[in-house]
Design a protein around this ligand. Structure first.
Ligand SMILES: O=C(O)C[C@H]1C=CC(=O)O1
Ligand SMILES: [Mn+2]
Length: 380
């Protein structure tokens, strides 16, 4: 019986193509925890765990993801049967509370390994794709309206994106509304406009903000208020025509059930990392779908590796009415995959090939790994 032999983690830092301005932080590089699971038959599974802005976005950081895997998850899994992925994640969930991104990173590698050994794709293991291309939004977050408009124009012209998510919540509501309106006016009916407040608004800000967004014709507002207050989120959802999306609020199936039961959102941003893995993300989708909540494939701005894993999963989700934002690798200045994912005609394509459908460019990983940068720094 094939067993899990070894789990290795590597921190990799890749610069972003421009500053990415969120309400709580400005990203200039992205830190990725790469996971390699080595199995006793010689096969290898790849995974990735990625958070945003250190600990400013959520409770996990790149360093905490690495530590959770090295010190807690790997010792549990070494020696376990390689093919029993559900048993493995159940074992991990019993001993590791929280830490959904760390659990997801390892789980991706387990699915990748299983599917590769079966010579099939992860999508096939999840029941097979219902689509091989899915709409992919882009986030305009340079911090300046004119720069965002120029970026949007280029992306529409090259047919890469025609759904734009604007990061707001850092500036006063009035200024943010003027920013959204300027971009909405500039793109007209050539693109749709959504916003992500990343929890920054108070309830009164949110009432004013959503009324303004509705007047501008913005179709969706993501996580307008801080997580935890489902009654307030429900009141906002009921009080506006703008679709309200839950993002940071959703950390797995139990949260999905709570939001659905409270009718606190119109749409779920389903993230494989935040959900605690592909299996749990599929459950979040099922709960949302059963509750009549729209689904959207979210991202933690991961590299192509975890993005490919998410594409595998979302290709199998029957109703993905709000498309995806699986553009993570395009925000980075360099590609760590041997063969990049294909973005074409406003969509990302399901990669062909076994497992999650992608392999690493090892020389790129060596170049960007954090411990290499440290040792270079030490000798210079
Ligand atoms: O959705 C988030 O909150 C995080 C992330 C996803 C896209 C983006 O630009 O930021
Ligand atoms: Mn969001």
């Amino acid at each position: 019986m094939t067993q899990i032999d070894r789990i290795e983690t590597t921190l990799v830092d890749i610069p972003t193509i421009r500053g990415h301005v969120l309400s709580m932080t400005t990203m200039r590089s992205q830190a990725i925890v790469l996971v390699r699971v080595r199995f006793s038959d010689g096969s290898v599974g790849l995974g990735e765990g990625t958070s945003i802005g250190g600990m400013s976005y959520g409770p996990e950081s790149p360093e905490s993801i690495k530590l959770a895997i090295d010190s807690y998850i790997a010792p549990l899994l070494v020696g376990q049967p390689a093919d029993d992925v559900i048993a493995a994640i159940t074992l991990v969930e019993k001993s590791v509370r929280g830490n959904p991104i760390a659990r997801c990173a390892v789980e991706i590698a387990l699915w990748d390994g299983l599917a590769k050994r079966l010579n099939t794709s992860v999508a096939q293991v999840f029941g097979g794709p219902v689509r091989r291309a899915m709409p992919v939004a882009w986030t305009l977050a340079s911090g300046r309206s004119e720069t965002d408009i120029a970026e949007a124009e280029e992306l529409i012209a090259t047919r890469r994106h025609n759904i734009f998510k604007l990061k707001i919540g850092k500036r006063p509501v009035r200024e943010d509304l003027a920013h959204v309106e300027a971009i909405a006016r500039a793109v007209g009916d050539r693109a749709s406009i959504r916003v992500d407040v990343n929890q920054a608004w108070s309830l009164t800000d949110a009432r004013r903000g959503l009324a303004g967004l509705q007047a501008i014709g913005c179709e969706l507002a993501e996580q307008p208020i801080r997580i935890g207050d489902l009654a307030a989120l429900r009141a906002l959802t009921a009080g506006t025509e703008v679709a309200v999306m839950a993002d940071e609020q959703l950390n797995g199936p139990a949260d999905a059930l709570a939001v659905a039961a409270a009718r606190a959102a119109d749409v779920f941003a389903v993230k494989i990392g935040q959900s605690g893995g592909l299996k749990r993300a599929a459950e979040v989708c099922a709960i949302g779908d059963a509750a009549g909540i729209g689904l959207y494939g979210g991202t933690m701005l991961e590299s192509g590796l975890s993005t490919a894993a998410a594409v595998q999963l979302f290709s199998t989700v029957p109703h993905l009415d709000w498309g995806t934002e699986l553009f993570g690798p395009l925000l980075l200045t360099d590609e760590i995959l041997a063969e990049p994912l294909t973005y074409r005609d406003f969509s990302v394509l399901l990669p062909e090939g076994p497992g999650i459908g992608v392999t690493l460019d090892d020389s790129k990983v060596d170049f960007y790994r954090r411990d290499r940068a440290r040792s270079l720094h030490a000798v210079s």
